[in-house]
Structures are given as structure tokens and as C-alpha cells.
Design a protein around this ligand. Structure first.
Ligand code: PMP
Length: 401
């Protein structure tokens, strides 16, 4: 008998479990719209040309594999903060940002959660309802209490802005408010610039601390600056805040686990102290971060030629998703004789579309049509090609019968 008899079987992950089920399916026709990973029109994984070029440079230079410092690669930390806030931002020039390279978006969120747990043990984190499936796990595992604020309005398949503001207002003063910097996952619904301003008003009024999760910079609009709008607005208003960054999507570096946690402080002195404590938290968890992805980002973002090429490739990726979004909308509008307005699909931003399908309908999509998707009705448009849009539209229509 095993010493691990008391260990029960864990349920499959609601997102990554979808990919496992997809792989196990032997059907000829099947679609994986579960995980948010960019695919080409041929539905193949895509390594960006700029990434290949940076890797060739790295190989030529024959760089070593020595440990990085706990806070990561200095060149990476510099460019990642510049990219997020803008290199001329006063918070950068005044040394008020504590930036620590971490294990992509997830690891950066987890490190920040550990920081919150240690230094703000009485604070809770407000998260949007719905949100990316892993947010709750991250705060649960870090023993940080959380509650939800309204975000999605099923009647309009749009933003419940009044509900959102009311819930942020009703939370205890000094709460952390987790916000998706752009391309909200899973809904694809972002506040407008005016709405961001009002959200900032309420957060400021309540002395809350904004905590941005930026996993799609450049992927929402195709422009890195446009997608940093919300973060920069809050910074401009003089707020102290946290930002977790990820290069999984915008540079396609999913498996390299490259990202950062940035804490904007009101003084350079506070930033130095915060950074020292982030390092102290990271050391016993994973010691120091991996170097390969950090070097790629430092090379691409730090080199004007590669940086421009990256922007073009990102526009290409964002553009392909927009085309697929349009094609799917066209088919749904054509095929649906009920008069339902599908235009919400066009209004959504980023990799995903939140279809409004419920769990039973999502199950039907998978069981009958072999369309793999998360049970909340989210589909990744990055996993769809123009030639599959009609098939998907048929499956969606069928799930209403
Ligand atoms: N936050 C959000 C909202 C995401 O969608 C993702 C990726 N699915 C992440 C964070 C983190 O991903 P990663 O750890 O691969 O950077």
C-alpha cells in the first residue's frame, strides 16, 4: 500500500485540460479553441521571425549559462519597464519602479500575491467576474483573500460598468483591484478610455491599490502603446500600483516563461525596498529566473530594427484574429434566422470571444462537433482559421437547438 494513499486525484485544469482532451480525440475534424495560443492560418504554432533572429544572435555570441541575479536580467528589466510605461515616463526616470523578472505572467502574479500576503495580510484582492481561470488559484495558493466585482453583463454581452464601479466602491478601503490592462480574458470586453478614468476615480477615492495583469500588450489593438493606455493613465494620475507582464502571447514565448512584476511606488526609496523584498520572496521559491527568454526580449525590444519587425509581426497576428472574428460574425449573422444581434463578437478585443454559450451548450460543441473550448463559453479565435469559420458557426447554431 502506498504512503500516498490519502492523495486524491486532482481534477483536470479547466483550460490546459481542454488541450489534453483535444490531443486524445482521434476524430478527423476537430478544433482546439481552448487555450489562448496563436496559430497560423494553417493552425500551426508560430515562432516569430524576430525571435529566431534574436536566438541566432545569441548563439553567435556564445553566451554562457551562468545564474541570473534573483531579480533577473538587467537588460530585460530595463526594456520591459520601458515598454510598459514608456521610456520617458517620469516614474522610470525617477527610479520609482521596482521591476523583477519572473516566471511569465503567472509567476509574476504569484510573486505579487506572496508580497501582498506578507505586507498586506488584512487586504483582499478584488477580481472581475468572470476572470482568467488561474487568478483564483493563484490567490488561493498564496492565501490572499479575494472577492469578485461585477464585470460582465449577460444581457448585453458587454461591460456591467455600473456594477463594476459599485462593487469597487463597496469594497473595504485599501483593497487591491485586479484589472486586465487590455483584452480582458475571457470576455474580450475592455472599458473605454472614459470608463478607465472613472474606474481610476473610484480607486483613488477608496485608497485602493490597482493591480494590472498585462498578458496581451500589443495583441489587443496591434499597437503596444495603445494597449498600455490603462496602465499609463493610472500612473499619470500618480497612483502606486502593481503590473504583472507576460511575453507568452505578444512574442509567442509561451514555454520560455518570461515576464515581470513591476511595482510603481511614490518614491525611489520605497521602490528599492519593495524590490529587495520581492527578491527575498523569490529566492526560496525558485531562486532566480531562466535566462533564455529574457535575452530574447532584451534583444528584440532593445534593438530598433528588431523592435520594428516585431511590431509588424504583431500587427499581422492581431490582424489575422480580426479577420477570423469578422468571418465568424458574418457566418453567424447569415445563418441565424432568429434575428439575434451577433455584433458583440465584433466589439470584443484580443484573442478570445466570449460567445455567451452556457456549459451545456459548450459540452454539446465538444461532444457533437469536436470543438474544444472552455466551459464558460470562451473560444480562442487564435486557434481558428478562415476556412473553419463556417464549421464553427454551424456548431454554434446547432448548440441552440
Ligand atoms: N493573465 C491572463 C489574463 C492570461 O490570459 C494569461 C495567459 N493565459 C496569463 C495571465 C499568464 O500567462 P503566462 O503565465 O503564460 O504568461
Amino acid at each position: 500500500v502506498s504512503r500516498f494513499e490519502s492523495v486524491t486525484m486532482a481534477p483536470p485544469d479547466p483550460i490546459l485540460g481542454v488541450s489534453e482532451a483535444f490531443k486524445a480525440d482521434t476524430s478527423d475534424v476537430k478544433l482546439n479553441l481552448g487555450v489562448g495560443a496563436y496559430r497560423t492560418e494553417e493552425l500551426q504554432p508560430y515562432v516569430l521571425n524576430v525571435v529566431r533572429k534574436a536566438e541566432n544572435l545569441m548563439l553567435e555570441r556564445g553566451e554562457n549559462k551562468e545564474y541570473l541575479p534573483i531579480e533577473g536580467l538587467a537588460a530585460f528589466n530595463k526594456v520591459t519597464a520601458d515598454l510598459l510605461f514608456g521610456a520617458n515616463n517620469p516614474v522610470i526616470q525617477q527610479g520609482r519602479v521596482a521591476t523583477v523578472q519572473s516566471l511569465s505572467g503567472t509567476g509574476s502574479l504569484r510573486l505579487a500575491a506572496a508580497f501582498i500576503q506578507r505586507y498586506f495580510p488584512d487586504a483582499k484582492v478584488l477580481i472581475s467576474s468572470p476572470t482568467w481561470g488561474n487568478h483564483k488559484n493563484i490567490f488561493n495558493d498564496a492565501r490572499v483573500p479575494w472577492s469578485e466585482y461585477r464585470y460582465y453583463d449577460p444581457r448585453t454581452v458587454g461591460l456591467d460598468f455600473d456594477g463594476m464601479l459599485a462593487d469597487i466602491k463597496a469594497a473595504p478601503d485599501g483593497s487591491f483591484v485586479l484589472l486586465h490592462g487590455c483584452a480582458h480574458n475571457p470576455t474580450g470586453i475592455d472599458p473605454t478610455p472614459e470608463q478607465w478614468n472613472k474606474i481610476a476615480d473610484v480607486i483613488q477615492e477608496k485608497n485602493h491599490i490597482p493591480f494590472f495583469d498585462v498578458a496581451y500588450q500589443g495583441f489587443a489593438s496591434g499597437s503596444l502603446d495603445t494597449d498600455a493606455y490603462s496602465v499609463r493613465l493610472f500612473v499619470e494620475r500618480g497612483l502606486e500600483l502593481l503590473v504583472a507582464q507576460s511575453y507568452s502571447k505578444n512574442l509567442g514565448l509561451y514555454a520560455e516563461r518570461i515576464g515581470a512584476i513591476n511595482v510603481v511606488c511614490s518614491s525611489s526609496d520605497a521602490a528599492a525596498r519593495v524590490k529587495s523584498q520581492l527578491k527575498r520572496l523569490a529566492r526560496p521559491m525558485y531562486s532566480n529566473p531562466p535566462v533564455h527568454g529574457a535575452r530574447i526580449v532584451a534583444n528584440v525590444v532593445g534593438d530598433p530594427t528588431l523592435f520594428n519587425e516585431w511590431k509588424q509581426e504583431m500587427e499581422l497576428m492581431a490582424g489575422r484574429i480580426k479577420n477570423v472574428r469578422q468571418r465568424l460574425f458574418d457566418y453567424l449573422s447569415q445563418k441565424d434566422k432568429s434575428g439575434k444581434d451577433w455584433s458583440f463578437i465584433l466589439k470584443q478585443i484580443g484573442m478570445f470571444s466570449f460567445t455567451g454559450l452556457n456549459k451545456a451548450q459548450s459540452d454539446h460543441m465538444t461532444n457533437k462537433w469536436r470543438v474544444y473550448m472552455t466551459k464558460d463559453g470562451r473560444i480562442s479565435l487564435a486557434g481558428l482559421s478562415l476556412s473553419n469559420c463556417e464549421y464553427l458557426a454551424d456548431a454554434i447554431m446547432d448548440s441552440f437547438h
